[in-house]
Every structure is written in structure tokens, then in C-alpha cells.
Design a binder for this molecule. Structure first.
Ligand code: FMN
Length: 248
């Protein structure tokens, strides 16, 4: 079978076999080799090996609705904690004030499976805050390309600006993140030149900081597999959950 080159870095093409061989070497003997010590590349190489040999294991949740749901929340929880997770930066869609869709990337800051909530942070002056005030319905979309899982969640967003939730989120934010909220011009306003809005205001930015909590009432799971995709939908009404397999 011909081996397709795999571009890892601009200007560097490496064959799949090289990546696989490198990833299989013991870490101690390859400490100078970035390919061998980077867990993301190692995981990808292992996945390529399994795909090449058609030995991708069927996960235990494959035909299990509850197992698929648990895996979805596990991925969302890890996504909030691990900045290298593909779930760390989901897309959040709102309904624009003109009724047309708006979607943007955010950083997933916290996931709480028991309360079925997700949290991200934003600026109170951002367009999405006015949109959420007018219509709190949001959709969150995330895709894990290695795990082959797409998550689509529907929920209602609540913006916390001056309460304990916002205070706690602000105090746990890194100084560098807090600086974003000091920008004097509102996000999305036109500026005469590109860096004009970066002039920081005198305040510490706290007044502009909002923690947005999404209360999930529907979660759609899609798992891609050669042996047949699996798609499922989970809907909560109060504490009652309805789970259904869907045609992919
Ligand atoms: C990787 C990445 C992460 C981002 N994280 C956030 C975030 O956590 N909060 C946020 O308000 N905007 C974030 N943004 C910027 C938004 O995608 C968007 O451009 C901005 O919030 C304006 O959106 P709005 O005008 O619809 O409110 C991020 C963008 C990227 C590319």
C-alpha cells in the first residue's frame, strides 16, 4: 500500500510509517525527538496505526446510550480542564437581533455534569450578550477529530455580571485574561486604525466581565466509525431524560 506523506510542520513532510515508528520508540531513547515526546502527535500516530491496520477498537459506549452520554460529559469536562483538548474551544451560536444566526468560538471554562451546565467568559459589551438577553436559546458545537465525536448541545444561557458566580470566575481568571476586559472600545466597534481599541481603560476590567452559564436541555451525540456511525439525542425536561438513537 502506498504511504501517504503527512505534513506535521510547514516545510516538513514525514511518512505515516515514520510517525508510527517514532511514536512506538520508548520515550527514554528518543528524548530529543519532538515527535516522540509530544502526546498529541503520539496519540495521532497510534490512531493512524490502528486506522492503517483497521484495528480501531469499538468503544464500550458504541451501542450503549448511557455510555455515550457519560462519554459526552467526560469529553466536555476534560475540554474545560485541558487546553489541548479539541473540546476546549467550542462554537456557540445565538440568534442575532435581526433573527439571523450568529456563531463564534469561545473558550470552555467549566463543565458541571450534575447540573448540566457549561460556562464561558465574555465582555458585557459583546454582541452575544445583547442577543442572549433578547433570546437565551443557544447551541454549542464541538468536534473531537481524533475521537471522532461531534457534540451538539442546546440550552439556555444566563449572563452573570455582578454576582457570586461572576466574582468567583473573575478571581480564578489569569491576569492576562483579565486584561482583555480593560479594552476601552466595545468589542465589534469600528476603529480608524487596527490597534486603536487596544488602549486600556483605567479600570481593572471587572465591570466588563461576564460569566455566561449555559443550562443544557438537549445533547446530541455523533460518533463516526467505519463499522457504522452512531447518533443519539438526549433531552431533559426537568429531571426527566429521554434518550433516543437517531439515524446518522
Ligand atoms: C480560539 C478562540 C477563543 C475565543 N474565546 C473567546 C471567549 O472565551 N469569549 C469571547 O467572548 N470571545 C472569544 N473569542 C472571540 C469570539 O470568537 C468572537 O470573535 C468575539 O467574542 C465576538 O463575538 P460577538 O460579537 O458575536 O459577541 C475567541 C476566539 C477564538 C478564535
Amino acid at each position: 500500500m502506498p504511504v501517504r506523506p503527512l505534513a506535521l510542520r510547514p516545510g516538513r513532510a514525514v511518512s505515516v510509517c515514520h510517525v508510527v515508528r517514532t511514536a512506538q520508540r520508548p520515550l527514554s531513547t528518543a528524548s530529543n525527538d519532538k515527535l516522540a515526546v509530544d502526546p498529541a502527535i503520539r496519540q495521532r500516530a497510534q490512531w493512524i496505526t490502528m486506522k492503517t491496520h483497521n484495528t480501531i477498537p469499538i468503544p464500550s459506549h458504541y451501542n450503549d446510550l448511557n455510555g455515550s452520554l457519560s462519554e459526552a460529559w467526560r469529553l466536555l469536562t476534560r475540554g474545560a480542564a485541558d487546553r489541548k483538548s479539541p473540546i476546549h474551544t467550542p462554537a456557540v451560536a445565538t440568534v442575532g437581533l435581526d433573527g439571523r444566526p450568529r456563531v463564534r468560538t469561545v473558550v470552555l471554562r467549566h463543565t458541571d455534569p450534575p447540573s448540566r451546565t457549561l460556562r464561558f467568559h465574555t465582555d458585557v459589551r459583546a454582541a452575544k450578550i445583547a442577543e442572549i438577553a433578547a433570546n437565551p436559546d443557544v447551541q454549542v458545537l464541538a468536534y473531537d477529530a481524533v475521537g471522532k465525536v461531534q457534540l451538539r448541545l442546546l440550552g439556555r444561557a444566563v449572563a452573570h455580571q455582578r454576582d457570586d458566580i461572576a466574582d468567583a470566575a473573575w478571581s480564578r481568571s489569569q491576569h492576562q485574561s483579565q486584561q482583555c476586559y480593560r479594552q476601552s472600545a466595545s468589542p465589534g466597534t469600528g476603529t480608524a486604525e487596527p490597534s486603536a481599541a487596544l488602549v486600556p481603560s483605567d479600570n481593572d476590567g471587572r465591570a466588563n466581565f461576564v460569566a455566561v452559564v449555559v443550562h443544557v436541555d438537549e445533547l446530541e451525540w455523533l460518533y463516526l466509525a467505519h463499522s457504522g456511525h452512531r447518533r443519539a439525542r438526549f433531552i431533559w425536561s426537568g429531571n426527566t431524560m429521554t434518550a433516543t438513537w437517531l439515524a446518522p
